[in-house]
Design a protein around this ligand. Sequence first.
Ligand code: SAH
Ligand code: SF4
Ligand code: F3S
Length: 489
Amino acid sequence: MNQNYPDFTADTELDRVRGWTSDFAEENQRPPTYFIQTFGCQQNDHDSEIAAGILEEMGFAEGTSVDDSELVLFNTCSVRANADERFFGHVGRLKPIKKKTLPVIGVLGCMMEQDLHRDVLFKTFSYVDFALGAGAMELLPAALGDVLYSERKQGTRDLTRKESDPFATGQPVRRVKPHRALITVMTGCNNICSYCIVPYTRGREKSRPYEQIMEEAIGTVRSGAVEIMLLGQNVNSYGNDVRLQGGQAPGFAELIRDISLIESLGIVRFMTSHPKDLSDELIEVIGSYPVIEPHVHLPIQSGSDRILKKMNRKYTAAHFLDRVHRLRDSRPGLTITTDLIVGFPGEDEEDFEATLRVMEEARFDAAFTFLYSPRSGTPAASLYDQGDRDLVQGRFERLVELQNQISLESNRSLLGKTVEVLLDGPSRRDPRILSGRTRDDRLVNVSFDDSTSLQADGTDHVNPYVGSFVRVKIVKAGSFSLEGHADIP
Ligand code: SAH
Ligand code: SF4
Ligand code: F3S
């Protein structure tokens, strides 16, 4: 593979921003702070980790809220209309807090790869300072430097992924959880599912060099990561782009196997798998290497062959079910989760019932269910029949009801059992309860016998088990999560 990727740390734009942050720190006796609000998928979560790493490298410190930060960044998602709308709501609320120059407001991510949204943003929210498309994080120092020194404003410079390299080496990463390393294996998508905006925001598939991925993976485990999450819109086609151009690259099965062999790594997760590309070889590897999670996220979208065809998914329900059965045979207890879209143009009752039947047979352990949302610029957006809203809503509710019942049955199978849970941190509702995930990716809220999770003053959370696997006895099961008690000798 071509190894000539630019070295991010050699970027002189970093020094320009460092000059500004050190002047600020001298004047205010504290570093300037940043706050990033992230929408969308894990890819965006990880891009925000890179943005945070770059900002800290340039002298910013993490702030606590939008209101008291000198730099506010939004990392946007465009996958459904409600993602766009939520972002515009948030940016609208910033108007009263924008003083003459501060806070600097930047918008990143998938919406900023679309002219449509850039135009609305700059016309309606004139106090936004700069925009940077998804995959152009390498250009953050340049964009920010321009604003801080007022050379250019807003969209005058078109900073998108087209003139950026997503795999620039040496980009610093500030991980949200030190025990979990999100690692990009590829960017973009070649599938052009007819409803989906991602191929237009993230571009065509581009595989990251194997050596770069391994180096990052080994480095994160050395510095304490227990869990690695390999990211790509369609990880199963890893390396295809390189091979098509006559180059050599291992496939995803080989890559994940090599990662699972890294000494002292606890678990390797991966997403997303496309059913048409999930190979027998990968299924065999998942079945043979215990460090690989016994879980696959395999979006089906619809169970009707007619709709799958219109969606341009390139598989049939029968092929999908074959993959499901092979996966389950390859490893006992393996869980399968999925994504489903209700109300795709032209979907009728027969199509919908086909989806329900496939769900009954596949018995997904969990599913993310979405109402179809037309995305401007995608092939499906121009299809005539967008469906009757009430009818589609009714189908959506039937689908959710069926899935909740299947998820509950799946979760109940763990009642009374003791399983390993990787603890992520305090649960949202009660800081004494820790939430974490089982190896097969079920959410568990874990209680402890004693005051392990509290300091003497009863406030601060210092549970020593965060970031490690503990044995947990499951005592309660719901459709979306489990409750358990830590079994610590
Ligand atoms: N690359 C992944 C996921 C991409 S987006 C994959 O192929 O599975 C995550 C999910 O959002 C998709 O699986 C799909 O179910 C949903 N989605 C994408 N576009 C959508 C749209 N226009 N309307 C509703 N749901 C959509
Ligand atoms: Fe979108 Fe399809 Fe690519 Fe997934 S595989 S990102 S749904 S185009
Ligand atoms: Fe959204 Fe972009 Fe991810 S559109 S789902 S943030 S790839």
